[in-house]
Write a protein that binds this ligand. Structure first.
Ligand code: FE2
Length: 217
């Protein structure tokens, strides 16, 4: 992997919550110091998300555990939002998203158990705050959509860490294939939220522009 590629992969992994701020900083420092970033599938361990794991399996176990915890929190967050959602046209869609997140968590927990991994990852403080925010009935739906879009970024970029990781897997083809489907689901969810955000915020943005125009006349 080139340094530039490694830096971008690290940044994406950090932004999507797969690695902590501390790991991100440590890895960046290592990169700056000319740290070796060869993806050593084989003798040198398995390199993913700016970390070197002893084996591909260890990387898979760690990934599945974090995603399992993150998706479970996502499921709760979107279910909570659906409960307080006042916009008829997105409420049922939010339930679809909540179910997707929850089943991802269940499937990955099952795969983790098959691999003999333990459930160690917990919901992060940020994740907890996000759930509380989405479940807050005082915050309007269009604002929640804006916040989500700001947090997740472009849908295609948001799923890159999953695709890149799946691409690296050479032994665990079962997880690799599941991750391809996971990425498609996440892309679909992110696109739908992106489009809903644009639709629910567009009239406001336009009228604000009109008001500005009128004010400048
Ligand atoms: Fe998700």
């Amino acid at each position: 992997m080139s340094r530039d590629f490694e830096f971008k992969a690290l940044l994406r992994a950090y932004r999507s919550g797969i690695i902590s701020e501390q790991t991100f900083e440590t890895e960046i420092r290592e990169l700056e110091n000319g740290g070796h970033a060869v993806n050593g599938n084989g003798s040198g361990g398995f390199r993913a998300f700016g970390k070197t794991y002893q084996t591909e399996r260890a990387a898979v176990v760690s990934f599945l555990d974090k995603v399992r915890a993150g998706e479970a929190n996502g499921g709760e967050a979107f279910a909570a939002w659906a409960e307080v959602c006042t916009t008829d046209c997105i409420r049922t869609g939010l339930r679809v998203v909540a179910e997707r997140e929850a089943y991802h968590s269940r499937v990955f927990a099952q795969r983790l158990a098959e691999l003999g991994g333990e459930q160690r990852a917990m919901t992060t403080e940020e994740g907890r705050k996000f759930t509380a925010y989405l479940g807050d009935r005082r915050v309007p739906d269009n604002e929640k959509l804006l916040k989500f879009v700001e947090r997740v970024g472009k849908p295609e970029d948001a799923i890159k860490p999953i695709c890149e990781f799946a691409e690296l897997l050479k032994e665990d083809l079962g997880t690799k294939e599941a991750l391809r489907l996971f990425a498609e689901d996440e892309l679909s969810t992110a696109k739908w939220l992106y489009e809903s955000c644009a639709a629910l915020n567009a009239p406001k943005a336009e009228s604000a522009k009109e008001n500005e125009k009128r004010a400048s006349m």
